[in-house]
Design a binder for this molecule. Structure first.
Ligand code: NAD
Ligand code: TYD
Length: 360
């Protein structure tokens, strides 16, 4: 495969995937297609934007005619589809945008691939990036002590039971991808990954939001009692898994991606505080006073935990970073890249933040 369409490449995970592919595959043409919503930021790709094997196209995946044009113009033979509305809290406020982009946008891309490739599936691939959130929530059967915090994990066979408008829309898009394989033979692959963290994540998500708030001595809004559990993976390890699965994954298969790295939110927040305080030279525990318990998120999933054994056994992927190392690297990146953060937080962001958390 030579001409790869990556959608959502100006976002958090997408920018890491674009960078990896540009650097690793100089013979490929990487077409990054992104609408540049509030979450899309070309500054995420500053270091690679002038490479000869890279093109940026500003477009909306819901625009079917435009998708057809892009497939034709760039002679696309592989798709890595990441473009989506991705924040659960926003989906609770505005579910329609999520249905439109995540469901109709994915459908428009699928149809463009099907029509352009027209049954010539050899060396073609449509890779859809999904989330563990489609599986719903696991119980916290072992809340005390060390992780895992429950007996069950999400496997590739876990039934879909999404609870938020975000995960419902992602689930629906996953079904369309599989339906396009089963009905038309489109060569698809789907992966469901756990929570990602690392550089270039929009600061509405827990980790960058809290790092930035600690830096500015602002409250850290912990939902409910902070007991919810998430399974965290360093974003570059996700990008590496995407590379392996794009090239070697079996058609029509699903792979779960995760690092067996469960954290209760409140414990994670304390690790972030400790790391930021250490780097800023504050006394240990100094920023714990910022922890503010706020009203819980509606329908807040209790626990996510991914079983990625299949990916390890079949394709040999394993996470490369220990969590402590990944968190330290991440905190340092945000503190060292204050300009990147300030450029985001100086505009519309403030209005969004106030509408979510009040004028704190
Ligand atoms: P993000 O919100 O940071 O980036 C999404 C990107 O998609 C942005 O660049 C945005 O401009 C673009 N986009 C949005 N709507 C578009 C449209 N209609 N047309 C074209 N582009 C559009 O999201 P992310 O965290 O990087 O997530 C990327 C993908 O990975 C999503 O599909 C998400 O569901 C999935 N995922 C994310 C996580 C996570 O922890 N962040 C975990 C598992 C899976
Ligand atoms: P988030 O980063 O939004 O990812 P997701 O909802 O997709 O898992 O949130 C991670 C966890 O942190 C989730 O349990 C919700 C919680 N959370 C807070 O407690 N406070 C916050 O301000 C945010 C954004 C999230």
């Amino acid at each position: 495969m030579k001409n790869i369409l990556i959608t959502g490449g100006a976002g958090f995970i997408g920018s890491h995937v674009v960078r990896l592919f540009i650097n690793k595959y100089p013979d490929y043409k990487i077409v990054n297609l992104d609408k540049l919503t509030y979450a899309g930021n070309l500054a995420n790709l500053k270091d690679v934007e002038n490479r000869p094997n890279y093109v940026f196209v500003k477009a909306d995946i819901c625009d079917y005619d435009k998708m057809l044009e892009v497939f034709e113009q760039y002679d696309i033979d592989g798709v890595i589809h990441l473009a989506a509305e991705s924040h659960v809290d926003r989906s609770i406020k505005d579910p329609f945008t999520f249905a439109k982009t995540n469901v109709m946008g994915t459908l428009s891309l699928l149809q463009a691939a099907k029509v352009t490739w027209d049954g010539h599936w050899d060396n073609k691939r449509f890779y859809h990036i999904s989330t563990d959130e489609v599986y719903g929530a696991l119980e916290l059967t072992k809340p005390e002590g060390n992780p895992p915090y429950g007996d069950k994990f999400f496997t590739e066979d876990t039934k879909y039971q999404p609870h938020s408008p975000y995960s419902a829309a992602k689930a629906s898009s996953d079904h369309f991808v599989r339906a396009f394989h089963d009905t038309y033979g489109l060569p698809t692959v789907v992966t469901n990954c756990s929570n990602n963290y690392g550089p270039y994540q929009f600061p509405e998500k827990l980790i960058p939001l809290f790092i930035n708030n600690i830096r500015h001595d602002k409250p850290l809004p912990v939902y409910g009692k902070g007991e919810n559990v998430r399974d965290w993976l360093f974003v570059e390890d996700h990008a590496r898994a995407i590379d392996i699965i794009f090239h070697k994954g079996k058609i029509a298969e699903t792979y779960n991606i995760g690092g067996f790295n469960e954290w209760k939110n409140i414990d994670l927040v304390k690790v972030i505080i400790k790391t930021v305080d250490k780097i800023l030279g504050n006394p240990e525990g100094y920023s714990e006073k910022l922890i503010t318990y706020v009203t819980d998120r509606a329908g807040h999933d209790l626990r996510y935990a991914i079983d990625s054994t299949k990916l390890k056994n079949e394709l040999g992927w394993e996470p490369s970073l220990q969590f402590e190392e990944g968190i330290e690297k991440t905190v340092r990146w945000y503190l060292d890249n204050q300009e990147w953060m300030d450029n985001i937080t100086s505009g519309e962001y403030e209005k969004y933040y106030e509408s979510m958390y009040g004028n704190r």
